[in-house]
Design a protein around this ligand. Structure first.
Ligand SMILES: [Zn+2]
Length: 422
C-alpha cells in the first residue's frame, strides 16, 4: 500500500514538474469573481451603466493579461447595433378581407412599408406546431423578405410570439407573419413604426498563435445578467449573477492570463465576454458571424461553474459531449488528475442549444459549454440570491485549472476535435 502511494506521488510530481505549468490561483479567482458580482455592478443588465462598469473592468483585465484586440477593434470592444421597434400603424387586407391587428407581426428595420404580391416576397407556410419554432428561428436572423403564413390552429403560439418584444439585429429583411387559414392570392399590408437604435458590446481579445495563427480556439462566457428587480424576502433586489455567468467570465479572464504566461499556444486563442445572452444570445450570435467558422478549431464556452456539480467536487459536464470528440480529448489530457468531465446529465433541458456555443455549433464548430450547474435543483438560478457567498471558489479554481490543462493538446495543435454535424 505504501509503495503504491509513493509511486503515485512520484508520478504526480514528475507530471507537474515535467510540464512546468503555471496555474490559476484561488486568490485571483476570488478577486475577479467578487468584483464582477458586486452590488455596484447592478446585476450587469444590458443597456445599463452597471454592464458598462463591468465592461471597463474586463477590458482592464484583458490588458493586464497581455491580450491584443481582434482585427480592427479598438479597446477590445466589438460593438453592434440592435433595433427596438415600436409599431405605430398597421393595416392589412388579404383577399379583400381586413386582417385583425393582433394576427399580424412585421419584423423590419424600415420605418414605413407597403407590401403587395408585386413585391415578390417568398411565401412560407407553417401548418404544424413542430414547424413553428424552427421556422421562426430560421427567419428571425434572415436577410430575405418573407411572408410567413401561420395556420390558425397555432393561434396560441402566434399570440405568444407577437407579445415578445425582442430587440433585432440591423440589416435584416422584412419578415411578415400572418395568422390565417388561407393562402392569400391578393394582399396589401401597410405598416409604420418607430425605431430606437441601441448599442451592445462584446469584449474580445486574442493571443496570436505561434505557428498556426490562422487557426482559432475560443474561450468564452457571457458577462451580462438580469439587473435589479423587486426585493426578495431578504430585501435583496440585485441579481448579482455570481454563478450566471460571472463565474464563466472570471474563468475567461484568468485563462487569458494563464495562456499568456504559458506562452506556448500554437493556435490563436480568442477570449470573448459576450453581452445579451440573457435576452436571446445576441452577443455570441453577432460574434460568431464575424469569423470564418472553418478556421475555428474549438470553442470552450464556460457557463455557471461556481457550484459543485451533481457528482461533487473536481467534476463538470460538457453539453453536446457525444456530438464531437472534444470531451474525450479533454479527458485524455487529464489522465493523471482527479478531475472528470462528464456528458451533460440534463439532455431534456437542451442546454447544448441554449447557450452561447449554439451559433458556432450549428455552423459545424466543435463548440461546447462547460458547466457544473445542477439544472434540476440549482437553488439560486436566476434569483437575487445568486451571490458570491453561495459559490465554492476553491472548487471553481480547480475547474479553471482543469480547463487549462485539458485544453493543452488543442491549443498546441496536437489534437483537432471532430466537426459537429447537427
Ligand atoms: Zn442566465
Amino acid at each position: 500500500m505504501r509503495a503504491f502511494i509513493l509511486t503515485g506521488l512520484l508520478v504526480c510530481s514528475l507530471f507537474t514538474q515535467a510540464q512546468n505549468l503555471p496555474s490559476v490561483s484561488e486568490e485571483e479567482v476570488n478577486r475577479v469573481e467578487k468584483t464582477l458580482a458586486a452590488d455596484d455592478m447592478e446585476g450587469r443588465k444590458v443597456f445599463t451603466s452597471g454592464i458598462e462598469k463591468a465592461a471597463a473592468f474586463i477590458i482592464d483585465e484583458f490588458k493586464k493579461a497581455g491580450l491584443q484586440p481582434l482585427n480592427g477593434s479598438k479597446d477590445f470592444k466589438q460593438s453592434f447595433t440592435m433595433i427596438e421597434p415600436e409599431t405605430l400603424e398597421v393595416e392589412a387586407t388579404i383577399d379583400g378581407q381586413p386582417v385583425d391587428k393582433k394576427n399580424l407581426v412585421v419584423l423590419s428595420a424600415a420605418t414605413s412599408l407597403t407590401i403587395t404580391p408585386g413585391d415578390h416576397y417568398q411565401k412560407i407556410v407553417i401548418k404544424s406546431a413542430a414547424d413553428f419554432r424552427p421556422v421562426l428561428f430560421k427567419y428571425l436572423d434572415s436577410k430575405e423578405n418573407v411572408l410567413i403564413l401561420v395556420d390558425t390552429s397555432l393561434s396560441r403560439s402566434f399570440a405568444r410570439m407577437a407579445t415578445m418584444k425582442l430587440p433585432q439585429f440591423e440589416g435584416l429583411g422584412n419578415r411578415v407573419l400572418i395568422l390565417t387559414a388561407t393562402d392569400p392570392q391578393q394582399y396589401n399590408i401597410q405598416f409604420k413604426q418607430k425605431i430606437i437604435r441601441k448599442e451592445l458590446t462584446n469584449l474580445v481579445g486574442i493571443l496570436p498563435g505561434i505557428s498556426r495563427p490562422e487557426e482559432y480556439v475560443i474561450f468564452s462566457a457571457h458577462y451580462d445578467h438580469l439587473g435589479i428587480g423587486m426585493p426578495d424576502q431578504n430585501g435583496d433586489s440585485v441579481y448579482n449573477g455570481a454563478n450566471d455567468d460571472a463565474s464563466g467570465t472570471t474563468a475567461v479572464i484568468l485563462l487569458a492570463d494563464y495562456y499568456h504566461k504559458l506562452h506556448n499556444n500554437q493556435r490563436t486563442l480568442v477570449f470573448a465576454a459576450f453581452t445579451a445572452e440573457e435576452i436571446g444570445e445576441f452577443g455570441s450570435s453577432y460574434f460568431s458571424n464575424q469569423l470564418n467558422p472553418d478556421k475555428i478549431m474549438a470553442m470552450f464556452n464556460i457557463e455557471m461553474i461556481g457550484t459543485e456539480s451533481k457528482w461533487g467536487k473536481n467534476s463538470a459536464y460538457i453539453t453536446g459531449y457525444e456530438k464531437s470528440d472534444m470531451g474525450a480529448i479533454l479527458q485524455k489530457n487529464l489522465e493523471n488528475t482527479q478531475f472528470t468531465f462528464y456528458p451533460d446529465p440534463y439532455p431534456a433541458q437542451k442546454l447544448f442549444l441554449r447557450s452561447d456555443n449554439a451559433t458556432l455549433a450549428k455552423l459545424g464548430v466543435p463548440a461546447h459549454t462547460i458547466s457544473t450547474s445542477k439544472m434540476d435543483s440549482e437553488k439560486f438560478y436566476h434569483k437575487q440570491g445568486d451571490g458570491v457567498e453561495t459559490l465554492d471558489l476553491k472548487n471553481m479554481t480547480e475547474i479553471i485549472n482543469a480547463i487549462a490543462l485539458s485544453s493543452g493538446s488543442i491549443i498546441s495543435a496536437g489534437d483537432t476535435p471532430a466537426r459537429i454535424k447537427l
